[in-house]
Design a binder for this molecule. Structure first.
Ligand SMILES: [Zn+2]
Length: 525
């Protein structure tokens, strides 16, 4: 091993990995802070399977690019450092396939083409699950159900609650690494303090520039004795994994570890990261997920049941349809095997700049129709005297185009695209043969779903349970862009089709205002 831990691989610097390496469970889920030596457990497991068990291994990373980098950096450098591994592999020329005699190591990205299908393996290692295409992961796990002998390792820094690694961890033994306190001899663990609960760190310092931050120290949360960071490997040597689940299935083991245990991250550094997170949501997310290894959800990142309840009014989805045109009504449609539509009426004092911020929204009705029932859209257009309709361009682009051509100027196809600023909208007919609006996904989802927090949306009394569930499914979190800067994005924690149809209805508002007044759409953005 190179870097911070030179010499032969050992669990010495990361004592918690010893029992993980020895696990014989079929399913193993590790929810971890960054740089805790846990990814090496997955790599070791892969080499062990190939070398000793002579089994095929599928090693999955989030993207194809990640898989190529892994193949080049981690795999090749492991072979350079180990003569044993170098002789184990007979053919390493293919990026995604490494041959070790009769056994093969497949290295794949989770996104894009369905290249996880058709690989008949019982050894599966998922590295950074939260960054992966979740549908592919559930498919891969489901496919293993029939296998009598299987071993899965899913490893990740968490992102949001009940998603990815956290969702898997909740189904497991939920083990935490406990050690014997050198002060009071009780078994305890290292945890960050929560309101009203003692933690294992004495926080010193007020701001990130306060030099006293580095006087912060670890302590036993049971007796308060100071635990010396520099002597950590000594007092952690008594450590053992302890299950915290009620009646756990021992064949599904889950492990949780945070950076308070790290031999290389000092208590002072953690306190600085903690203080940086106060008042900066992206930094706060970084502190919770990467340092504490726990999922994080920011204020207002998700619509709640309470906010939905507060939005319910007395009108119903069966109320009278408009007798004549004149009301400002839009429709949003999310396409798929089932099509989801939401109809909204908008109330504005005047048609002007920033119309989405100024307007109050009343959800008139919502519903679904099947993929062979597109005539329903024509009925809805007429029944509700829709001023502007925005529909997902895909997957049925031909149907969408045909529909748009029947209502020229009133129906717009929509695609999300990165790089659009704010609520910027570009309308073109270039590649679709029908008007297509391109907008930024995160900004428009924030605009539409943010209505619930600001009490600018009224829902019908008989709003559907599926509509409620879909509105709650998208959660705003942060990912790092190509330059390493955090950018907001929404991830889905369940079916979210109605949420998208609602967002499309929001996007239709400035289009409706433009149609009504004859003014350019930029006047309303
Ligand atoms: Zn103690």
């Amino acid at each position: 091993m190179g870097g911070s831990f030179p010499g032969p691989y050992s669990w010495k610097y990361h004592p918690w990995v010893r029992e993980m390496l020895d696990s014989k469970a079929s399913f193993n889920y590790a929810m971890k802070a960054a740089q805790m030596g846990v990814t090496e457990v997955g790599i070791n497991r892969a080499f062990y399977c190939l070398d000793v068990l002579k089994r095929k291994v599928l090693y999955v990373l989030p993207t194809r690019l990640n898989a190529a980098d892994f193949s080049k950096d981690r795999f090749d450098s492991a072979l350079k450092l180990s003569p044993t591994l170098a002789t184990l592999f007979t053919d390493t020329n293919t990026v995604g396939l490494k041959q070790a005699g009769a056994a093969s190591l497949y290295i794949r990205g989770s996104r894009g083409d369905s290249n996880l299908k058709g690989l008949d393996v019982s050894e599966l290692i998922l590295d950074e699950v939260d960054e992966m295409d979740q549908k592919q992961i559930w498919l891969a796990l489901t496919r293993l159900d029939g296998q009598t002998r299987k071993c899965v390792w899913a490893i990740s820094t968490p992102t949001i609650p009940d998603y990815g690694i956290h969702k898997l961890y909740l189904t497991s033994t939920q083990e935490r690494f406990q050690f014997k306190c050198p002060g009071c001899s009780r078994y305890t663990e290292l945890v960050w303090p929560k309101k009203g609960e003692p933690g294992s760190i004495e926080i010193i310092g007020e701001t990130i520039h306060d030099v006293r931050c580095h006087e912060s120290f670890l302590k036993c949360k049971e007796c308060g004795v100071k635990l010396d960071h520099h002597d950590k490997l000594n007092w952690l040597s008594t450590g053992t994994w302890v299950s915290t689940a009620g009646t756990p299935n021992q064949d599904v083991r889950g492990f949780y570890i945070n950076q308070l245990y790290s031999p290389t991250v000092s208590p002072g550094e953690l306190v600085v990261a903690f203080l940086r997170g106060r008042g900066d949501e992206a930094a706060n997310k970084e502190f919770h997920c990467s340092k504490l290894g726990v999922p994080f959800i920011g204020d207002g990142a998700q619509v709640t049941d309470e906010l939905i309840d507060l939005s319910v009014r007395t009108h119903t989805r069966e109320d009278c349809r408009p007798k004549k045109a004149g009301r400002l009504i839009t429709m949003g449609v999310d396409q798929g095997k089932t099509n989801y539509f939401t109809l909204c009426e908008w109330f504005v004092d005047q048609m002007s700049y920033d119309i989405n911020v100024a307007a109050k929204c009343k959800v008139l009705t919502h519903g679904t129709f099947m993929e062979d029932e597109w005539y329903r859209l024509r009925e809805l257009m007429c029944e509700w005297q829709v001023q502007a309709c925005v529909i997902d361009a895909d997957p049925q682009i031909n149907e969408a185009r045909r529909f748009a051509k029947e209502y020229p100027g009133f129906v717009f196809l929509c695609r999300y695209r990165r790089g659009k600023v704010g609520k910027e909208m570009v309308v073109s007919e270039a590649d679709t043969g029908a008007p297509l609006v391109t907008v930024d996904r995160t900004n428009w989802m924030t605009a539409a779903l943010g209505r619930f927090r600001t009490a600018r949306v009224d829902l019908p009394a008989d709003v559907g349970l599926d509509f409620r569930a879909h509105i709650k499914a998208p959660v705003r979190t942060y990912v790092n862009d190509d330059t390493g800067n955090p950018v907001a994005t929404f991830v889905e924690t369940g079916a979210d089709h109605y949420a998208h149809s609602f967002v499309y209805s929001e996007i239709a508002l400035p289009l409706a205002a433009s149609i009504r007044t004859g003014d350019d759409i930029t006047r309303f953005l």
